[in-house]
Design a protein around this ligand. Structure first.
Ligand code: SF4
Length: 379
């Protein structure tokens, strides 16, 4: 979404909304944002009320309104989209949530329940759960291995797709709410079990995401010119310029990686084993990647890494093709440090439970687990 959209455009979009009774936009929103109602509030200039409604339902809406896969959710299902263009609800949502967060002063809430909750992981699921539990009166502390809050939002999504000023704003509001944050704090299994047996907290939620890159263990995979997508983004690896880079994979992380490498001044090709129509990345992200000048070669699957390129099998024709490159970035998926099935007595939320998902799915998971924790602590 264009962040510099003006109010006339938003009014125009809100006037195009048919205020459907059985709204397809709302039904296709993973977190069931009450879109027709919010559009009505916007039309009546009830910005504060609309912003509050959005934030309560989706504490990560400042991010979701920018990077949700809209084409598969609200906009892709809007009745207006059948004959013309769908209503641009994300732009309206982004305006309202910005307005709300920039103007709202959260008071430090009294800890009415006197119960303490620890949240390990300050990504979208952990932060959402923390906000919800804090507003219910719990004493919430969020720990994260990174210095600042945000998890994947801050360290895994490049700035050109998500400006960090939104994460900073969210961080300010979370502090205003009185949620404690302890950064640079890494928990392995042993440390988690210690925290649990210390009984310092009445409930512990693990929401550490999925940061370990899935490896492609074919011949030659241990060479130094082979990088992994999520590490590349997190470490802000600089590959230099004018290099030939091949990115393997076609999800949104692969698109972020390819665009980042391209913006560094390299010649970038995405290699994908299926037709592009089957790529997990959204059409929007693929077209942005193409617009940036990244090339795509589809229906090829890597069989061997050489020091100057990759040998692929053409999956359609069963032939072999060798592509030269200086570096490879594998971006085929991620997994998590722990398996929730191996550890009892903790609550879990986000990518650690579901595998890598969208921000809105992680938020929904954090919301559901916050409800479970509340039920557990209030019996
Ligand atoms: S489906 Fe489209 S027209 Fe109908 S309520 Fe949703 S945004 Fe408005």
């Amino acid at each position: 979404m264009n962040e510099n959209i003006n109010i006339e455009y938003l009014i125009g979009e809100s006037n195009r909304c048919l205020n459907c009774k059985n709204a397809r936009c709302k039904n296709s929103c993973p977190i069931s944002t009450d879109i027709p109602n919010i559009i009505n509030l916007f039309k009546n200039k009830a910005y504060e009320e609309a912003g509050e409604l959005i934030f309560k339902n989706n504490p990560m809406s400042i991010v979701c309104s920018l990077i949700c896969p809209f084409e598969r959710q609200c906009m892709g299902n809007c009745i207006r989209g059948i004959k013309s263009t769908p209503v641009d609800f994300p732009a309206i949502e982004n305006f309202l949530i910005n307005h709300f967060l920039e103007n709202k002063i959260f008071e430090i809430l009294p800890e009415s329940s006197h119960k303490k909750v620890a949240i390990i992981g300050a990504g979208p699921s952990g932060l959402s759960a923390g906000i919800i539990l804090k507003t219910k009166g719990y004493d919430v502390t969020i720990f994260d291995e990174n210095e600042c809050m945000g998890g994947m939002l801050r360290y895994g999504i490049p700035d050109f797709r998500l400006s960090k000023k939104y994460i900073d704003l969210l961080e300010d509001k979370i502090s205003e709410l009185g949620i404690k944050f302890i950064g640079n704090s890494f928990f392995d299994k042993e440390k988690l079990l210690e925290l649990k047996s210390s009984n310092e907290f009445d409930a512990i939620l693990i929401a550490i995401g999925a940061w370990l890159p899935k490896k492609l263990e074919i011949e030659g995979h241990q060479q130094p010119h082979i990088f992994y997508g999520i590490d590349f983004l997190k470490n802000k690896t600089n590959l230099g310029t004018n290099k030939k880079i091949i990115v393997i994979g076609a999800g949104n992380v692969a698109m972020d990686v390819a665009r980042t490498a391209k913006k560094q001044g390299n010649n970038v090709t995405v290699a994908y084993r299926k037709p592009l129509s089957q790529a997990p990345a959204t059409k929007h992200e693929i077209s942005e990647t193409i617009n940036d000048g990244v090339e795509f070669i589809t229906e090829i699957s890597p069989i061997k890494f050489e020091n100057n390129g990759i040998l692929f099998k053409n999956t359609a024709e069963n032939t072999e093709v060798f592509l030269e490159c200086d570096a490879v970035i594998v971006a085929i998926s991620q997994y998590s440090l722990f398996d929730p099935n191996d550890m009892e007595g903790f609550f879990w939320a986000g990518d650690i439970v579901t595998g890598p998902q969208t921000v809105v799915q992680a938020t929904l998971s954090g919301k559901k687990t916050a409800k479970e924790i509340h039920n557990y602590l209030s019996c």
